[in-house]
Design a protein. Sequence first.
Length: 110
Amino acid sequence: TDEDQLTGHLKTPDFFDVARYPKATFVSTKIEPNTAGGVTHSITGNFDLHGVKKSITFPAAIRVAPDSVSVNAEFAINRKDFGLLYPGKADDLIRDGVVIKLTLKVPRKP
């Protein structure tokens, strides 16, 4: 399918080069209250993507329940900041800003 072709191409050295960079990681260094814009916190940490590590900060909604902690966030990064330099075509389908949507639910220990 077209989706399979796209996924395969995104894994090549043209884009993410998953053979050289098989994973992306984020390690939080600071979580602070932030009630602006319907979120509850600002999360800062080190984001390692495509062999480039940068400190980023993004807004998140964090909810603590008796049995779990949930985090929801949506923010953008500039792909070129992380060495993702595929130029795209004149049709402008590939933009520099990439939206990351995060949904995380972690169980709490009793």
